[in-house]
Ligand binder design. Sequence first.
Ligand SMILES: Nc1ncnc2c1ncn2[C@@H]1O[C@H](COP(=O)(O)OP(=O)(O)O)[C@@H](O)[C@H]1O
Ligand SMILES: [Mg+2]
Length: 192
Amino acid sequence: MAEEIGRGAEAVITRDGDRVTKWRRPKGYRLKPLDDRIRRERTVMESRLISEARRCGVPTPIIFDVDNFSLTMEHIDGIKLKDVIDPALSEKAGELAGRLHACGIVHGDLTTSNMILKDGKIYFIDFGLAFHDHSLEAQGVDVHVFFQTVRSSHDSSEELVDAFLRGYARTYSRAGDVLKRVREIEGRGRYL
Ligand SMILES: Nc1ncnc2c1ncn2[C@@H]1O[C@H](COP(=O)(O)OP(=O)(O)O)[C@@H](O)[C@H]1O
Ligand SMILES: [Mg+2]
């Protein structure tokens, strides 16, 4: 029997044994033909980016099936990074983010809730807002979002931030430029 394990603005997530299904629900305010197209495209895009990320060396759930508005994938039976993060894990997350960016993929919601630790390995999930982009700006926003979540929800967050950057610089040659951009992004936020 499938049980609901998550419900966000866009999708309902259910689990049935070792499988998870993410179903994008209809948005009543959109005309049906357009709504169908958007949900179908986002589902296909998410499944592609999840598989592509894995080929770039970032662990992600294996995709079993894509059907119209739903995506069925491997259930990662682990614990959210949010609940266990330490500097060593943050460094590992940084390495993976670096690989993702080097590969031209921006995650779009790079938080510690979208990372699962299983058997010592970190998996990235939730590519619902991911896209192809090589720009420093898009990559900078990804890193900024990670820093923001870490700063708002963990103690000794600067240690976690430094560790993340160590890992990120190890796998991504443009890490220095991205960090500069992150500082700019942080500066912009301060005047709002
Ligand atoms: N493959 C998976 N393995 C384990 N848990 C998952 C998986 N996919 C989603 N989940 C769980 O469901 C939650 C919501 O899924 P997610 O893809 O992040 O959707 P949303 O876009 O609504 O945030 C996740 O935070 C996680 O707890
Ligand atoms: Mg999520």
